[in-house]
Write a protein that binds this ligand. Sequence first.
Ligand code: ADP
Ligand code: ZN
Ligand code: ZN
Length: 732
Amino acid sequence: MRPTIVRVALPVPIDKQFDYQIPSGVNPVVGGRVSVPFGPKTMIGLVTELDDKSDFDFDKLKTIKQVLDTEPVWQANLYELLFWCSQFYQYPLGETLFNALPAQLRKGKPAAFTPLIEWHLTLEGREQLSRGFGRAIRHAQVMQTLSCGPTFHQDFIDQNITSSVLQKLEQKGWIEPAECIPKFHLPDNVEAQVDKPKLNQEQAIAIASVNNHQGFGCFLLEGVTGSGKTEVYLNLIKQVLEAGKQALVLVPEIGLTPQTIKRFRKRFNLPVEVIHSGLNDSEKLNAWLSARDKIAGIVIGTRSALMTPFADLGIIIVDEEHDVSYKQQDSLRYHARDVAVMRASKENIPIVLGSATPALETLHNALSGKYHHLILSTRAGKALPTVNKVIDVKGQYLDSGLSAALIADMRRHLESGNQVMLFLNRRGYSPALMCHDCGWIAECKRCDAYYTYHQSTDEVRCHHCGSQQATIRQCPNCCSSQLVTVGVGTEQLEKQLLALFPDFKTIRIDRDSTRRKGSLEAALNSISKKEFQILIGTQMLAKGHHFPDVTLVALLDVDGSLYSSDFRAPERLAQLFIQVAGRAGRASKQGEVILQTHHPEHSLLQTLLTKGYRYFAELALQERKGSHLPPYSFLTLFRAEANQVQLVEDFLRQVRFTLEGHPLFKEHCQILGPTPAPQAKRAGKHRWQLMLQVTSRPIMQKLLFSAKPAINLLPNSKKVRWSIDIEPQDLS
Ligand code: ADP
Ligand code: ZN
Ligand code: ZN
C-alpha cells in the first residue's frame, strides 16, 4: 500500500517529529529531505518514517511541499548512529541530524558534487613550452606543472598561484579549464614510493594485532610522543585501502597541522580529504560527498568529521584520544571519541585510540580488558628520555613569573645554541588590574570574573564574555590613579624576556598573537627555521609540533591545577606535562623539563615526575574509585542560567525533585546541588548546576529518558536557559 503520511525530523528544539500528508505524484524516501510548511515558514526536514496512519487527525495534517532527494542523503548505519546520539545525549533528533549535515544540504542544495575545475594545456600552450617564458616565473611554473598532466584549480591556489595568473594564461590561449568530477579508483600501489622507517617489534605487534582481528574491536595504542604511533596508523590504513575500504582519522582541533596532512598525502596514492571548520560551505559539502561516494580514500578531520558518511569505512583512528576538544561544549554535547567507538561497533570495524597520556576512562577500559591494550614503550629513532626538575618558588622573588634558577637554566640552554619553550596558560598582560590605594579590582560587570589587562591594545578584556573597554586609568572607588597589574600573562612575560635576554629573539604563541588566518602556521615555520630562540605559549603550543632544537621546556605556574575544584584538573595537568615534555629533546639532544611550583611535595606531582604518567594514572584511578567518580560512576550535569538567580535555583530544585521521585533513583543515584556554577555569573546571567551521579550508564539513560518529559513540563523550564550535559568534561 502506498504510504499517505510522512514523519519528518526538523531542526527545532523539540523532542518530537512531525506528520505531514504526502500529495499524490511525489515519493519521499526515508533518509531523504523534504520541504514542509512549519508555522508561517517553510523548513527543510529529514524523513524518518513513512506510514499510513497518524496519531493526529489526517485531515488536519499539512502537506509536504517538495521532495528534495530521491535517495537517502546517507546510509542507514549513519542514521542509526545519529539516532543513538540523540537518545544518549538527550538532544532533539531533528537538531542532531541537521547538525551532521553540511550547511549547503541544510539549505536545500542538491546532494551532489559541484564539479571541480581542472586546467589543461592547449596545443598552443604545448608549443609555447619549448619557447620558454622569459622572466614570468609564475607562468613557467604553471606551464611546467601542466606539462605533466591536468591539474586542479585548487591545487594551484594551494601553491599560492592566484586565479589571475591562470586567467592570463587562459587569455593567451595556452591553457583551458574543464569541469570534472573525480572518480575513485584503487591504484596498483596504494602507497606512494617514500622511504618508510623499518618497523620496530612493538609497532609490528600492534599492527598485526589490529589486522588479525575480525570485526569490531577497540584498541588503545599507548605510546609516548615520538614512539611511532602515526607510523602504526599509516600501516593500518595501507591495509584498509588495499582491501578497497576507506579510513577515518580524527585529530584534535589543534592537531590538524599542515605537517600532519602532508604526511598522509605524501604516503598514499589516494585522495585525502581534510574536514575542519576553516573550509567554506561548498568545500565542506564536496569533502562530505567525496567520502560518501567513495572518492576519498582517507578523511582526516576534527571532531565534526566523525559524522561524515562513508561508502565503505574500514577503520577509525582517534589520535590524541584524551584531548578535550573531542567533547562538544554546546548544542549536541557529544564526545567524538566515545561516539567513534559506537560507530565502529555499529559498522563492525576496528577502532584505534592513540595517546601518550590516555584519558583515565580509556585507560580503565584497557586495564579491565574491555579494550585491547597496545604499547609502544620507546621513542623511535634516537631521542632520549627527558630530565625532569622541580623548582620550589616558595618565598622566592619572581621576575614576571620567572625564578632566578629558571633564568639561569634558560641562559645555559640558550648559550649552547638551543631553543627554550615556556608555558603559561594565561594570555594578556596581567590577569587583573588593581587600585594600589584601596585594593579595588576591575571586574567585568556581566561576569563573575576579573578583567584581563592587555597592554598591546591598552584595554581591559573579559575572557569569559569577550567584552572589552579602554583601560581604566582612575579607580572608581577612591579616584586614585595608582592602578597596578596583578599576576603575569604571556604578554608581560614576553616583554620581560626581551629585557632579560636582549641577544635572543622571543616569539609568543597564543590566541591573541595568532588571530590572523595563517599566522600560526607562519609562526611555527619561523620557529622551525630557528628564527626565534625563546618560545612563549599557552596550551596551544603544546601539541603536535616537532621542534628538534628545543631542549628546555618550563611550566611556569601549575599550582592552580593542583588545587582546583574540578576533579579532572590533575589528570589534565599530567597530560599537559607529558605533552610538553614531549616537545623537549625530540631529536638526539637531551631534553630538560622544569616545573615551577609552590608545592613541590604534592604527591601527584611527585608520582608524575619520578614514576611517569602510567603510575600517576593508576594512582588517580584509585582515588576516583574511592570517591565514586568517573569511570567508576556516570555523571550528568544539568545547567541553568537566567537573569534572575531565583529562577535558576528554583528550576534546578524542581529538576532534583523530579529525579528523586523516580523508582530507580534511591538505589543507584546520588545528586549534588543545585549549587552556583564555579563561574557563577557569565555575560549577565546567573549560572547554577545540578550534578547527577549514577552507578551505570544504562540506568542513567533509563532514568533520564523517563524524567526528561516531566522536566520539560516544569513551570520554570521555559523561563530559564537550561541544558543537559551527559558525561560532562567541563564543569565550569
Ligand atoms: P608519534 O605519532 O608516536 O608521535 P611518529 O610516528 O610521528 O610518532 O614517529 C616519530 C618519528 O620517528 C617520525 O619521524 C617517524 O618517521 C620516526 N619513526 C617512526 N617509527 C620508526 C621506526 N620504526 N624506526 C625509525 N624511525 C621511526
Ligand atoms: Zn582605589
Ligand atoms: Zn564578562
